[in-house]
Design a protein around this ligand. Structure first.
Ligand code: ATP
Ligand code: MG
Length: 437
């Protein structure tokens, strides 16, 4: 892509309403634009990054056998009345009437709808277990939408639902999701801590929040650093190994301030391994048995011929929140540092251009074509601007590698820089290898 043709409305001013770095940087780089409180448009740069995150989330769901589908954003109030949550959910639910006066709502989550779909189509234990998911916009009329995409009213979420014949089998599904979450966050370059959580309005008796460490998080975290030393690859994808994985990972001390107790913390964790910081919740998983299947009458025949309520779990990841959460976890001063897996481009070429010297631009163009041929997603900064302005801009955008075409790039040796890192002189072949690894 040529920068001159892209719609990336970068602004110099620091938006006053933005209190945290991710919100500031996302507005400044034109990733998002607020349309009303807690509701944003995603402009090309922000949208591209969110789509990359979404794709990683999707791949890891598919890897554990979850199947993608798509449910609507607008739901009928009827099923929510059946489950009993229509009144319980309160003002966070956006309620709508259609022209016939029917009560509808903009879905804040989908337990009811998926249960309704399931009960009408699955009748026997033979069709279980099942895991279904979708990635769809949600609406929650939060009292205080804030921090940009971190706490919005309209946000993009992956929500998955598992269906099993009994609790033992449901816990196996839970462990698979637990595993998929750890893999997902790892691929996003994040260190996520699973923390035993209260189940809140979703209900049920087993629940974990996945929290990443960032100074600007909403909750205070006390944890044992050793949790990050565990190699996920040592666990195999079978029920016993995954059960061990959850056991091992949840054996480390990790709590939010509500459950914090200093003497317990000091006893459980060496001073040098203690992490005390803030955290951002990026995912939340629940096992809640028949909390929805029972009121909604979602029954299947067991092997013994009895009618059983299906045992269910639900599993959310905040896809749009993750865009901000990654910035919060990685930024340095005014530099966004995208992990390679979600960076908007693999590399940017920055030629020094002036009216009477187009040689650098020609050179840059040649490299651009070469890299494109290798399927490298490359951005060429063809804007006629001085180099210091260009560097500032690219620090902001945070593409991890830069090829600088100026006086230091001679012949087939090029100045190559990692964002906020060392500058090297490399051949195009070496550059390609670096980017591809
Ligand atoms: P929180 O505790 O942050 O209010 P929650 O427990 O209500 O979230 P869940 O229903 O578990 O959220 O939703 C799953 C995920 O969706 C959360 O882990 C979070 O990453 C994301 N999410 C929830 N609410 C919002 C929101 N208002 N804006 C952006 N993302 C959100
Ligand atoms: Mg939660």
């Amino acid at each position: 892509m040529f920068l001159s043709k892209l719609f990336i409305p970068i602004t110099k001013d620091l938006p006053s309403e933005a209190k945290i770095k991710s919100h500031q940087l996302m507005l400044r780089t034109g990733m998002i634009r607020q349309s009303s409180a807690g509701i944003y448009s995603w402009l090309p740069l922000g949208f591209k990054i969110m789509k990359k995150i979404e794709q990683i989330v999707r791949e890891e769901q598919n890897n554990i056998g979850a199947q993608e589908m798509l449910m609507p954003t607008i739901q009928s109030a009827d099923i929510w009345k059946e489950s009993g949550r229509y009144d319980d959910y309160g003002e966070e639910m956006l309620r709508i009437k259609d022209r016939q006066g029917r009560e509808m709502l903009y879905g804040p989550t989908n337990e009811e709808l998926i249960t309704e779909i399931f009960r009408s189509s699955v009748k026997s234990y033979k069709s279980l277990p099942q895991m279904l998911y979708h990635i769809q916009w949600k609406f929650r009329d939060e009292v205080r939408p804030r921090f940009g995409v971190m706490r919005c009213r309209e946000f993009f979420m992956k929500d998955a639902y598992s269906f099993d014949i009994d609790e033992a089998s449901a816990k196996k599904s839970y462990n698979k999701m637990f595993f998929a979450y750890l893999k997902t966050f790892k691929r996003l370059g994040l260190e996520a801590i699973p923390m035993a959580a209260d189940t809140g309005p979703i209900g049920g008796d087993l629940s974990h929040e996945f929290v990443i460490l960032a100074e600007t998080g909403e909750s205070k975290i006390y944890a044992d650093k050793k949790i990050f030393k565990i190699e996920l690859d040592k666990f195999k994808f079978n029920d016993d190994s995954l059960a061990n994985m959850r056991k091992e990972l949840t054996s480390f001390y990790a709590v939010t301030d509500e459950k914090f107790n200093k003497s317990e913390f000091d006893k459980a964790v060496n001073k040098s391994d203690q992490i005390i910081t803030k955290g951002i919740e990026v995912g939340h998983i629940f096992y809640f048995g028949d909390k929805y299947s029972k009121p909604l009458n979602c029954l299947v025949d067991s092997q013994e011929g009895k009618k059983n309520s299906v045992k269910m779990g639900s599993y959310g990841i905040g896809v749009s929140r993750l865009v901000g959460a990654i910035i919060e976890a990685k930024y340095n001063k005014d530099i966004m540092k995208w992990p390679k897996s979600v960076s908007p481009f693999d590399v940017v070429i920055i030629p020094s251009i002036s009216k009477n010297n187009t040689e650098n631009l020609t050179k840059a163009n040649k490299i651009y074509q070469e890299l494109k041929k290798q399927n490298i997603d490359v951005l060429l900064d063809d804007v006629d601007e001085n180099m210091s302005a260009k560097f500032k801009k690219h620090d902001l955008i945070g593409v991890p590698y830069q090829i600088i075409i100026g006086s230091k790039s001679k012949g087939d040796q090029f100045e190559f820089k990692e964002v906020n890192g060392e500058t090297q002189t490399l051949s195009l072949k070496e550059i390609k290898e670096k980017i591809k690894n």
